[in-house]
Design a protein around this ligand. Sequence first.
Ligand code: SF4
Length: 288
Amino acid sequence: MYNSGNDILKACDILNKPIWEIVLLDEIENQHTSESDIFNRMEETLRIMENSISYPIDNKVETLGGIIGGEGKAMMAYADSDRTLSGRWTTKAMARAFACSEYNASMGKICAAPTAGSCGIIPAAIITIAEKNGLSRQAMMRGLITSAGVGKIISTNATVSGAEGGCQAECGSAAAMAAAALVEMNGGSPLQSLDAAAIALKNIMGLICDPVAGLVESPCSKRNASGVANAMISADIAMSGIVSVIPFDEVVEAMYNVGKGMHENFKETAKGGISITDTGLAYSRKIK
Ligand code: SF4
């Protein structure tokens, strides 16, 4: 049983196993399930993720509020254009995160990882980096299991809800979970995985939740796109050997404290941030 990053690191050390195996063993013991059951569920999850990050690129979808639409397709065309500033793979991952947000906003079936609002970050990161580095399906599942372990620690000790902790708790947690997964998939150590998660979470600490018209469309889709880039650069920082000055558990605690201190206008109430700009309010009037 683990409740913190420290618990996981100790278990990795004692049992000489990577994070995903510790998470797997814990799940088997506490959910009274089997390894094959878990991998079957992960395979199903991965299929849902693959569809949700690609469907809106290949098909037109109508979102509930009509505030967003077509970003995934436009970004993918740009990623393929050779004109990108942040590189083909980063922009490709961003396209997929955009697409997943569109799919969610059009009531498509997504995997809420950890929430529907932040659903694009983990699949876009894992699937794109697996494609880029020629990684196996098993490696992708190991990444998913690692991300689940990080998500469990954040939800146990803090929150992954925008209504409780602002967008830092949603898109920040998703980026942290994805960053840890990427390190695991690419041969980094357990400490590097948690450092990557800590760095991703620190990068957007304090980010408020301010959905225009109260819909999970704007700024959510762009925060998914920037969230996957955050996950990728945080994983690269950790893989380079640069450490997180503040350990993962302390960063999670800090994020929770920041969330608790946030005014309620900034926690999914659509009463602050960009939701009450002239344009945000105009959308709100138009939709309601
Ligand atoms: S702005 Fe709010 S609703 Fe949108 S993704 Fe962030 S936490 Fe979720």
